[in-house]
Design a binder for this molecule. Sequence first.
Ligand SMILES: [Zn+2]
Length: 320
Amino acid sequence: MTVRSPLRAVLPALFAATVLVAGGSAAAAPAASPAIAPPDIPVADVQAQLGELQRIADENGGNRAHGQPGHKATVDYLQSELDALGFETTVQEFSADGDTGWNLIADWPAGNANEVLMLGGHVDSVPNGPGINDNGTGTAGLLEVARAVAEQDLQPNKQLRFAWWGAEELGLLGSGHYVQNLPAAELDKLSGYLNFDMTGSPNAGYFVYSPEGQPEGSAELTDTLNAYFDTTGVETELIDLGGRSDHAAFADAGVPTGGTFTGAEGQMTEEQAQKWDGTAGEAFDGCYHQSCDTVDNVNETALDRNTDAIAYALWTLATS
Ligand SMILES: [Zn+2]
């Protein structure tokens, strides 16, 4: 989750035309049910990946930030995992603030290539720390969901594309680079983009991105994520992140977007504390962008639920 302003102002006018095309073809629909039962992702496996990300930070000066060796080491680690699972991976290089950054893209070679469901989150930390909740949690959750896809040898109707974005903390630069360089014909194939950034905040809130003001079709993504949380009995709140994460470039290009978030520097209210069993008056993540954002800065229940939400949404949207 970045503190910086969205890309909105710098995206080229080209995308204004694309908005009409994508918006017109993606009608909102009621949340569907998955045709194949979604897996329960073992949270211990997600925690093990957080341990790997902590190790990578520890071995590389304490962080995984853009321009620092821990960023590339993280990308290399994830790519080797995904290659071994049978994904087709691409590392997209870009330049930002005088340093090289990388996006990792992993396609699952099945499904209709003209209808692509994308799921992503940022892979860089801030320079201050290892970035385990922000955004090791989304990074590791997406990896373990990708592993479940491979282990089931899932044959979805839609093609699945996972993304781990670089330079999010500098102002959403990696995802912006990807969208700006995606040919219009490829952009039109995207049926939706789901973003997962900070899914294990210690004083966890359960937020789902609001579809209001987002491209047509976004409500279906929101409804699908909420359908998962309904099965857990957890009440969610809609949130407008104001373009503070990597969905912003996709939304600006007319792609339906959604995602989940467990809170950053904001403080939990009394009402939220009661329904989420949290602490009122404290930040959702008291270690947001600090050196204490380590493996000890993760709410395992929130991480478990949000990772299962990723799987539920993927299985629902890609197999129904
Ligand atoms: Zn952040």
